[in-house]
Ligand binder design. Sequence first.
Ligand code: AMP
Ligand code: MG
Length: 334
Amino acid sequence: MRRAASAILCLALLLALAGCAPQAQTATVFAMDTVMELTAYGDREAVDGAVSLIHALEDRLSVTAADSDIARVNSSGGGAVDPGTAALLRRALDISALSGGALDVTIYPLVRAWGFTTGEYRVPGDDEIGALLKNVNYAAVQAGEANVSLPAGALLDLGAVAKGWTGDQIAALWRQVGVKSGLINLGGNVQTVGGKPDGSDWVVGIRDPFSEDVLGAIAARDLAVVTSGGYQRYFEREGVRYCHIIDPRTGKPADSGLASVTVIGREGVLCDGLSTALYVMGLEDAVRLWRENTGFDLVLVTDGGQVVITEGIEGSFTPMGAYTDKEIKVMRRG
Ligand code: AMP
Ligand code: MG
């Protein structure tokens, strides 16, 4: 009799626990030129709020949408913008300075000349590149609380930081409304809120730049994991591959010897800006910048397939597939 009673109690407890387990609420959105997947446990409104936020940010930040803050500033050399747009621009200018100009928010004339905004790809001549480079200089951009001023001829493009910023805004919204467990995947930009509903870490895969497989996984909790790589967007002409990340020193697609850069840290916009910048800078300068700063770790893959990670993620990175048996080089601060 006692045994039967305790069995019933156990069953009731299990049912109660199952009833409490938060349901996955999801949304798939096409925005900012990519497919975005949102998952928040237990809160439908939080997911719907994130979808609205994505569309609002895209409307403000898109360089091609006719009436965005960025398009208006580009057509008139400056003016009033949403305070959030100005805050993002100020953060992007900081990261541009941190990277010594490898990230440059005024690179747009070059991105456009190579055809990456329209998909009508072309290889501009050296004279054209030289003329366009004269207007590339993030240091001459001024961003106030809710206004921007550009030097004559300069054009802004926040494509290298917009997704990381969007992820930060969604994560902040979700934390504010009490979401304990969420996954924000903005096409190559992943942000995690808390851990999985069962309390374990999220597992975020990192793409192998040479195949469709993953090269490894990062165990993540309240972290952004952001990858930039030439494989994400490129075209080929006469056997040469031209990628969408432009080296502001040359005006040509970056060719630094890195195939992909993943930046892991708390702040998505920093990870996003740095992933683009470090892809331009190459292995040595990327590791030097990591040694001189805190707040992020790296997974770097060279064109030769060597994987280099920084010591902060030594315990949370697991190589997978073809990389399981490869040597993983760990960079240390000391
Ligand atoms: P991401 O995918 O975050 O690496 O950003 C790449 C996008 O940023 C490109 O598609 C361009 O719109 C823009 N971009 C390309 N090169 C640079 C650069 N050196 N600095 C800032 N933005 C860039
Ligand atoms: Mg980026």
